[in-house]
Design a protein. Structure first.
Lengths: 116, 112
């Protein structure tokens, strides 16, 4: 079974530029998550999709971050314009929702973003 | 405890030695506690998920325990090997399908 795919793996941009990350979840996983992991901290949930609908985007900085999952499969996370503090690893995860399930999430390798 | 906290932040272990570290989490409205291992340049890998007070899980030389009443979990590595070098993340959830709240991780370096 193929895992969660993410691209690019690394990205270096200058502040005020735009950047986009792509994620393809495990086949059949209806729930998709984007996390931001700043060095020395744990991953923080930015947005959670159930199929193509948003379940939780309470911690997404909506003035500069946007995400979509138009067909309920792959997803794109965009930052426009980027700030220095956006330097982080952006992790995508997916899960197969089961009623009463334990909610194990399966992660991609992440995109390491450096904003100069 | 309001947030998920892990200690220590990092530790160095001599090959062959055993070690353990802690995850503290809010005990109210608790549903599940997850442990992940994250090796450099790889995807975080699920190790364990536990729900019941007193749960113990084991995978090879790695094991974990759970105390939901006091809000903590221990992860143990027996006979550490260089391949155990990784960041170990714990995360708690408050309901099935609910978001995971992660701790800051414990970075383990096993020295040959």
């Amino acid at each position: 079974e193929a895992g969660v795919a993410q691209s690019p793996r690394y990205k270096i941009i200058e502040k005020r530029q735009s950047v986009a990350f792509w994620c393809n979840p495990i086949s059949g996983h209806a729930t998709l998550y984007w996390y931001q992991q700043i060095l020395g901290q744990g991953p923080k949930l930015l947005i959670q999709f159930q199929n193509n609908g948003v379940v939780d985007d309470s911690q997404l900085p909506k003035d500069r971050f946007s995400a979509e999952r138009l067909k309920g499969v792959d997803s794109t996370l965009k930052i426009q314009p980027a700030k220095l503090e956006d330097s982080a690893v952006y992790l995508c995860a997916s899960s197969f929702p089961i009623a009463g399930g334990l909610g194990t999430q399966y992660f991609g390798p992440g995109t390491r973003l450096l904003v100069l | 405890i309001l947030n998920v906290e892990q200690s220590p932040q990092s530790l160095h272990v001599q090959e062959g030695d055993s070690t353990n570290f802690t995850c503290s989490f809010p005990s109210s409205n608790f549903y599940a506690l997850h442990w992940y291992r994250w090796e450099t340049a790889k995807s975080p890998e699920a190790l364990f998920v536990m729900t019941l007070n007193g749960d113990e899980k084991k995978k090879g030389r790695i094991s974990a325990t759970l105390n939901t009443k006091e809000g903590y979990s221990y992860l143990y590595i027996k006979g550490s090997q260089p391949e155990d070098s990784a960041t170990y993340l714990c995360a708690s959830s408050k309901a099935a399908g609910n978001k995971l709240t992660f701790g800051g991780g414990t970075r383990v370096l096993v020295k040959p």
